[in-house]
Design a binder for this molecule. Sequence first.
Ligand SMILES: [Zn+2]
Length: 337
Amino acid sequence: MWDVVGQDHILRQLEFGLKWDRLAHAYLLAGPAHVGKMTLAIEIARAVNCIARQESPCGVCAQCTRIAAGNHADVRVVGKVSRAEGEAARTVIGIQEVREVLHQVSLKPFEGSRIVVIFDGVESLSDEAANALLKTLEEPPDQVTLLLLTANEDAILPTILSRCRRLSLLPVPRPQMVDALVSRESCDRERAEELVRLSRGCYGWARSVLREPELWEARGEVLDRLAQVCRSGLEDRFAYANELAAQFSRDRDSSQQLLFEWQRWWRDLLLIKEGADGYLHNADRAEELRLHATGVTTAQIVGFLERINKTLTALEQNANARLACEVLMLNLPVASV
Ligand SMILES: [Zn+2]
């Protein structure tokens, strides 16, 4: 049984590969943040090592349980998840770590039948590390499965992409997610529906919020600050631009997520203007959003959404982060209420 919610199109493909021994040596798992890429990668690692050798992991053998618990010597995670506790999030996966893990793949598996290496955020490989990986992808050892995870496929070298079989993870349909939260996480249905609406089809996000309530609080703080900046004067806006730029230099991913929050907030304002309140992303903040929407025009909202997109593109292209964030804040419409 796969411990995965949704992604049936991928599971059928994997089952076929497992049944007929036709799995690829390398897969690219592509999809938005929290859609379930790491969960699926762990399930693939279990399936290829499972003693039962079925079309899906049995979930109970020593291999399956050790891999699920993160205690298996042949399953390695390279990237953001493997960082030490307390260490600042890295934005680049360096050559040293990649060399070390690629050396391991040239050896025999230690306790399972296959070595599985999961690259979390493969777009963050340094150029040198990407080239080292490419060499392994060109001549993969027999007993190795490489799983490359990304939320940003466009940032990956085409030479790497061309050597992987692509698995595109899709947002999970709402009813399926609600049922899974109720049955697997013992969540009440009303709360499940609220979380699913906020999750944009990313089951992993909804589950994390249930298991780690501090994530929910963190979201609240982000939105409180965002709403405050929208009401404040130039000085505070510039202070915020600095915070954002500093965050970008520490951790690109989280600052990008923050800009996505801005995008969703302003998209919600547009939905209110268009009378489509039923589709609000931040439905729990509907009242605050309605008040904000009365102070801005539709043209201002559309203009600012475009400005957020431009900022995201500029940051992706390594523009000066502080300048990009300041320009964004200068273009933030001043609410007239
Ligand atoms: Zn098993």
